[in-house]
Design a protein around this ligand. Structure first.
Ligand code: NAP
Length: 252
C-alpha cells in the first residue's frame, strides 16, 4: 500500500528518467515513485524499461515504459510530447542514460568519441531542449547524472570524461537561463557504483578502488537515487547550477 500523501513529497509530480531499465536509473525511478511521482521510464526500447515501470506502478498511481534513442533529437521531442499527454505534464527530468567506450586516446576511434558524446551529452541536451517549455510551466527540476570522471578525469576515458564534464557546463548554462522561470538544474556526480557499467572490473582492481574511497565501500544505485530524490524534492528548492558529488569521499 502507498504511504500517506504527506509522506510523499512528489505526489502529483511527473518524472521522466532516462536509462531507467537497470542500474542507477532504475533505482532513481523506483525512489521517485516511492515519493509519489508518476514515472516515465525510458530505455533504448520500451520492453527493456517494462520491469522498472511495473515496480513503479506498485508504488505510485502512474508509470509507463517508453523506448527512445536519447541521441535522436526528433524522437526525443516526440517522446517528451507523448509523456506530457499520457502522464499529464512534466515536473522532473533526470538525464541518466549513459555509455562508456573506454580506450587510450591514441587508440580511441572517432566513432568511439562521437558515440559517447552523442549519448551522454547530446542526449541530455535533446531532453533539456524538448522539456524546457513544460518545465518552465511546472517550475520543474532537472538532474543530470555526470560522474567524478567529469570532475577529475580518468586515463582511458577521454570521450567519457569530456561528455561528463560537458554535462556540468551544460547544467550551469541552462541553470542560469531557466532560473528566472523557477526551474532548478543540477548535477549529481557519482563515484564508483556497482552496476552493469562497472561489472567488468576484476576483484583485484575492485579492492584497490575501495582503498581509495574514504568511506571504504563502493556506492550502490540507492546512494545516487537518494541524492536525486533530495534535489527533486522540497529540499532542492533553492539549489541550482550545482554539482553534488556522491562518491564516498573519493575525490576529496
Ligand atoms: P548501466 O547499468 O550501463 O545502464 C545504462 C542505462 O542507459 C540503461 O538503462 C540503458 O538502456 C540506457 N542507455 C544507454 N544508451 C542509451 C541510448 N543510446 N538511448 C537510450 N538509453 C540508453 O549504467 P549505470 O551504471 O546505471 O549508469 C547510469 C548513469 O550513471 C550513466 O550516465 C553513467 O555514466 C553514470 N555513472 C555511473 C557510474 C557507475 O559507477 N556505475 C559512475 C558515475 C556515473 P538499455 O537497458 O535499453 O540499454
Amino acid at each position: 500500500m502507498s504511504a500517506p500523501t504527506e509522506h510523499r513529497p512528489l505526489h502529483g509530480k511527473v518524472a521522466l528518467v532516462t536509462g531507467a531499465s537497470r542500474g542507477i536509473g532504475k533505482a532513481i525511478a523506483v525512489r521517485l515513485a516511492a515519493s509519489g511521482a508518476k514515472l516515465a521510464c525510458i530505455a533504448t526500447e520500451a520492453e527493456r524499461a517494462r520491469e522498472t515501470a511495473s515496480l513503479c506502478s506498485a508504488l505510485t498511481e502512474g508509470a509507463q515504459a517508453y523506448g527512445c534513442e536519447v541521441g535522436d533529437t526528433k524522437k526525443v521531442a516526440e517522446l517528451v510530447e507523448q509523456v506530457q499527454k499520457e502522464l499529464g505534464g512534466l515536473d522532473i527530468l533526470v538525464n541518466n542514460a549513459g555509455i562508456t567506450r573506454d580506450q587510450l586516446l591514441m587508440r580511441m576511434s572517432e566513432d568511439d568519441f562521437d558515440r559517447v558524446i552523442a549519448v551522454n551529452l547530446k542526449g541530455a541536451w535533446n531532453f533539456l531542449k524538448a522539456a524546457s517549455r513544460p518545465l518552465m510551466k511546472s517550475k520543474g527540476r532537472v538532474i543530470n547524472i555526470s560522474s567524478v570522471v567529469g570532475v577529475m578525469g580518468n586515463a582511458g576515458q577521454a570521450n567519457y570524461a569530456a561528455s561528463k564534464a560537458g554535462l556540468i557546463g551544460l547544467t550551469k548554462a541552462v541553470a542560469k537561463e531557466l532560473a528566472g522561470r523557477g526551474v532548478c538544474v543540477n548535477v549529481v556526480a557519482p563515484g564508483f557504483v556497482t552496476t552493469d557499467m562497472t561489472a567488468a572490473l576484476d576483484e583485484a582492481a575492485r579492492s584497490k578502488l575501495v582503498e581509495s574511497i574514504p568511506l571504504g565501500r563502493l556506492g550502490g544505485p540507492e546512494d545516487i537515487a537518494a541524492a536525486v530524490e533530495f534535489l527533486a524534492g522540497p529540499g532542492g528548492a533553492y539549489i541550482t547550477g550545482q554539482t553534488l558529488v556522491v562518491d564516498g569521499g573519493m575525490c576529496i
